[in-house]
Design a protein around this ligand. Sequence first.
Ligand code: SF4
Length: 345
Amino acid sequence: MTMKEPLFGKTLEQLTEITSELGLPKYTAGQISGWLYKKDITSINEMTNLSKRARQMLSDKYLLGTSLPVSVQESKDGTKKYLFKVGENGFVETAYIPEKKRNTLCVSSQIGCKMGCMFCMTGKQGFQANLTAGEILNQLRSIPEFQKVTNVVYMGMGEPLDNTEEVLKSLEILTSEWGFGKSPRKITVSTIGIIPEMKVFLEKSECHLAVSLHSPFDQERSKLMPVNKIYPVKDVTEVLRNYGFGRQRRVSFEYIVFKNLNDTPQHVKELARLLNGIKCRINLIRFHKIPGTPLETTDEKRLVEFKDALNEKGITTTIRASRGQDIDAACGLLSTRELLKIKRL
Ligand code: SF4
């Protein structure tokens, strides 16, 4: 038996190819994308402006391809963490973070990750698979808050620019009129700085970029993030300096602050030097302790002093509010637990 392919996650161009292969009128592709990305349906049969014959032909070869989360944890502060099953044994996490002025969805782009960052639970799982554009977007489409989401960040499990093709496809669907119709100014993709892929992303997308920095010193950063040995931080910032970000498109730097490690006056000085000439901001992030690392959470006083020192150097710096701390805030914990359950079976 041949497996049916999902329609959800296909671009208008791909849908046009499908309809022409089936001998359906060209405008059918636009009708299908409308059902997939703008309406709430659960089967191809509900695409009621398509002829019965067209629906049958589609259903013979394709399925809708959306799937509901398998579980949800809700924090006292309203943050929700959804767990989606992908494929046979894969799990990915998605966080919905409601705030006063916006509701952000943090999506995953891979099952596990191969980048091996020292502070990351997902990294400890190792890599299982890339998500398809459909699997990335299903995390938005299949949660009850779908219509309330204002901002999307690609900061969940996985390194988005280690799966550039599917991530770019998902961004096309997210930002196109025929798709979800969201503004690229409301979407941010994070990366640990894979330079060739970062260049592709900068050229092919208009969405914001967030670069995980965590240390301005090569030796230290290489320990925290092995990718730095291949793409040193100075080379990453050089590309960004030459790109010329402005008001329309922003670059920000994510900086997890670890106790007695990366929050000294030397770090402030070096960060100012490294980021000189780049219009950017730094988001400081409190470290949520995970099993199996010696890294510690910094204390509040030190965190605020570090932020103030960076601002004094002229780098706009804010501390990201910790959300959902009572529900395994560190990304990767929930899915790791599910994986362990499967392994024990
Ligand atoms: S921090 Fe991101 S890139 Fe690093 S291991 Fe975790 S998921 Fe991968």
